[in-house]
Write a protein of this length. Structure first.
Length: 279
């Protein structure tokens, strides 16, 4: 009898530990969960909330119905999905080898559990959508767009399209990035750079021609205004008009920065010097 009592106590202690272990659960800060009873979700614990302070979440000790309640754990941290290297055709007919990835977070654990069941299945669902969005968006632009500020707009469009799909799985897209965008080695790469160089040269020539055109227009307008002012001044005061034109001629002829210098031999009674002499 004395031997059976310790055994019974040990068995009772084991049963009690199992019961307590099935009833008491510790929820970590970095995880959220869905309590499922007989296959039906009953409660969400430690749900993700934006800008929530660490230590003030629903983490800690919780109680559940032993043996009947199961907890499906879901990470609250940012997760990533890698896209397999794919070939994308740009508008300038270049076949690009693109590597990209997206980062996402589960914000609606109940919808995620119902629609996907696990984080891995969410990643599996988003991966082909990311590839499709990338092909569609890059297929609308030339390769040079990936080397310019336009790349930011491209990534925003891809992120917005992927986020609409992610919401169906209780997730939100945090960021989308292209790791690499390479051209095939060999002749296609060299021809692509040649086309890009030619396009840049043509763009520079166009900008230079437009600048020269604007300069000629401004110069012509200035000359027309000057001629109008001269004509008006001549009509009002012929002597002042002669004086002004003489001053311009002196300034042009005797300019200190005139290339090669100026040497003139004139008689003191020369008509060119009459305004200079005050006559």
């Amino acid at each position: 009898m004395s031997l059976r009592n310790p055994i019974a106590l040990a068995i009772g202690a084991i049963i009690l530990l199992i019961l307590v272990g099935s009833t008491v659960t510790i929820v970590p800060e970095t995880r959220q969960g869905v309590i499922v009873r007989f296959g039906e979700p009953k409660q969400i614990i430690n749900r993700y909330r934006p800008n929530e302070d660490f230590g003030k979440t629903g983490a800690g000790v919780i109680l559940r119905v032993p043996f009947f309640d199961q907890i499906v754990w879901i990470d609250k941290r940012v997760l990533s999905v890698e896209m397999e290297r794919q070939q994308v055709l740009s508008t300038d007919q270049l076949r690009l080898q693109v590597d990209a990835f997206a980062r996402y977070r589960i914000v609606d654990p109940l919808r995620m559990y119902i629609s996907a069941g696990s984080e891995e299945k969410v990643s599996d669902a988003l991966r082909p959508i990311l590839g499709s969005a990338l092909r569609n968006e890059l297929g609308k632009r030339p390769f040079a767009a990936l080397l310019s500020p336009e790349r930011g707009q491209v990534m925003q469009n891809i992120e917005a399209g992927l986020d609409r799909v992610a919401r169906q799985y209780g997730a939100e897209i945090v960021d989308v990035r292209i790791k690499r965008a390479d051209l095939p080695d060999g002749t296609p790469l060299e021809s692509a750079f040649t086309r890009m160089r030619t396009a840049r040269q043509q763009e520079a020539l166009t900008i230079r021609a437009q600048g020269l055109k604007q300069a000629q227009i401004i110069r012509a307008e200035a000359d027309a205004n000057a001629a109008r002012i001269y004509a008006e001044s001549f009509g009002k005061d012929a002597n002042f008009y002669d004086f002004y034109r003489a001053m311009q001629a002196y300034r042009y002829t005797f300019a200190p920065d005139r290339a090669g210098g100026t040497t003139m031999v004139l008689s003191k009674d020369n008509e060119f010097l009459k305004q200079f002499q005050g006559r």
